[in-house]
Ligand binder design. Structure first.
Ligand SMILES: [Zn+2]
Length: 380
């Protein structure tokens, strides 16, 4: 079988759409006005992705406030926040360029999504002629909505975590029911869990193992056949062309991450200094049998934060080298991250989000072609 390819999830939103999100926050437009632009951008994303030759397509998350908050709020500023949440939660991440992203905070039970990713899948299925994938958020990210210390009166932590796993399971099942063929779970908090950033207390609490165990409660609810098409994405962040945890030694995560019983992994690598060491670690720690399913390792061969477009030849070389360490039947090709996980992302290194959108398509095309060349060279 040729080396498979897959996107992580997001594409830069057109500047006009980004401004509409802000106009909604300021009461200048109605939700329907925003939705009209979201639909246009979603259709355009699908159409252009299909032209790149990508196997699975989606809307590039054009309708989502962010990869983490789509179930909870219509905009990053908290317009349309779900029940039982307040806007002033803890930092999810503080990025290297100094900007931060904050999560909402759960104030009482029960915890319920106000929007499921299957809503997007249903629409995307209507517009796509190719198979559809969808990214969803992890239990371990949702866990950070609960106060780090202490308990909410009347809503114990354990009960909250039960609700989180239930909602995440429902999110994934509904995506498949709506026709998605692949669902990947975003796990950007994995590498950040070892950062020990004094400004962001949860990163100093050694929570990685807890994250993994919570996420396995989710994976345990799916059969091995189902888990073949349920993935995990790891990265050091990617927002406004900046990262949040690239300096955290990768082995701390990679030595543990494959304990999660997912069927595939979308693994940032193109932006690493020593890519070969990452291939080696992935080869060492990934498993042929994760509770009945082989772990297919999609290596990041494209850097979405860098406007320079990788050539298909470069992609090919990276994959051929990776195949020295990872069995080729468990090797795939992906991007290091989504191209714009948050709805407000001006892509400063690119000059504009509209230009970054064009660049993203060129990069995805190069990845698809590079994977084809590598498959040819490796005889698969
Ligand atoms: Zn990412």
């Amino acid at each position: 079988m040729p080396i498979p390819t897959e996107t992580v999830g997001s594409l830069p939103r057109p500047l006009e759409l980004q401004e509409a999100y802000e106009d909604l926050d300021q009461g200048k437009i109605q939700l329907e006005d925003l939705q009209k632009l979201q639909e246009e951008a979603a259709k355009d994303s699908i159409q252009r992705l299909e032209q790149t030759g990508e196997t699975y397509v989606n809307d590039g998350e054009q309708r989502e406030s962010s990869f983490a908050t789509y179930p909870l709020t219509d905009t990053l500023a908290g317009t349309g926040l779900a029940d039982n949440l307040a806007g002033d939660g803890q930092f999810f991440a503080i990025f290297d360029d100094g900007h931060d992203r904050q999560l909402p905070r759960i104030v009482s039970g029960p915890f319920r999504y106000k929007q499921y990713a299957s809503d997007f899948v249903k629409k995307n299925k209507q517009d796509a002629s190719k198979p559809v994938k969808q990214a969803v958020i992890s239990p371990s990210m949702m866990m950070l909505l609960y106060p780090l210390d202490g308990e909410i009166e009347g809503y114990p932590r354990e009960q909250f975590l039960d609700d989180v796993v239930d909602e995440c399971e429902k999110d994934i099942r509904q995506c498949f029911e709506a026709g998605a063929e692949r669902v990947s779970v975003d796990f950007t908090e994995g590498r950040l869990a070892n950062k020990n950033d004094a400004r962001n207390p949860w990163t100093g609490k050694d929570m990685l193992q807890e994250f993994i165990e919570l996420n396995n409660r989710l994976f345990d609810r799916f059969s091995s056949e189902e888990r073949r098409n349920i993935g995990i994405h790891t990265c050091p962040g990617g927002d406004n062309d900046s990262v949040h945890s690239k300096e955290v030694p990768y082995e701390k995560l990679l030595s543990k991450m494959f304990q999660m019983n997912a069927g595939y992994f979308l693994i940032q690598c193109a932006s690493e200094e020593d890519k070969e060491e990452v291939y080696r670690l992935v080869g060492e720690y990934s498993r042929d049998d994760a509770d009945g399913v082989p772990q297919v390792c999609f290596i990041g061969v494209i850097d979405p934060l860098n406007p320079e477009v990788e050539t298909a030849e470069e992609v090919k070389d990276r994959l051929v080298t990776a195949a020295k360490y990872i069995p080729v039947e468990r090797l795939g090709a992906t991007d290091d991250c989504g191209f714009s996980p948050f709805s407000r992302d001006l892509k400063p290194a690119h000059g504009s989000p509209d230009f970054a959108r064009d660049i993203a398509m060129q990069k995805i095309s190069a990845r698809v072609e590079g994977a084809r060349l590598a498959s040819e060279e490796l005889g698969v």
